[in-house]
Design a protein around this ligand. Sequence first.
Ligand SMILES: [Zn+2]
Length: 98
Amino acid sequence: MASKGQLKLLTDFLNIPDVKVTHFVQDTSLGKILSVASLTSEVACPHCGQMSQKIHSYYSHLIKDLPMNGQNVYLQVNKRKMKCENCLKILALRYLSC
Ligand SMILES: [Zn+2]
């Protein structure tokens, strides 16, 4: 398990705005897996403009990144769906668009 200092270093190394590394695993078959999450806790509803912090659900994707030291690197992107408290629409929090 990576220390907080190592996670901070990996976050700085990735250099993706508003994204932090939350977990690191060295998988024997896949390679390095970095779990990342957004630092954004609030999103503007594109339908009514209201800001919302209400989380509807979580889901994740595994994305292959560029190799590091000859090993495969994957980003496990943990995304959230938010729910607008005003118009009740479900909003996808988008980052790391791929
Ligand atoms: Zn709304």
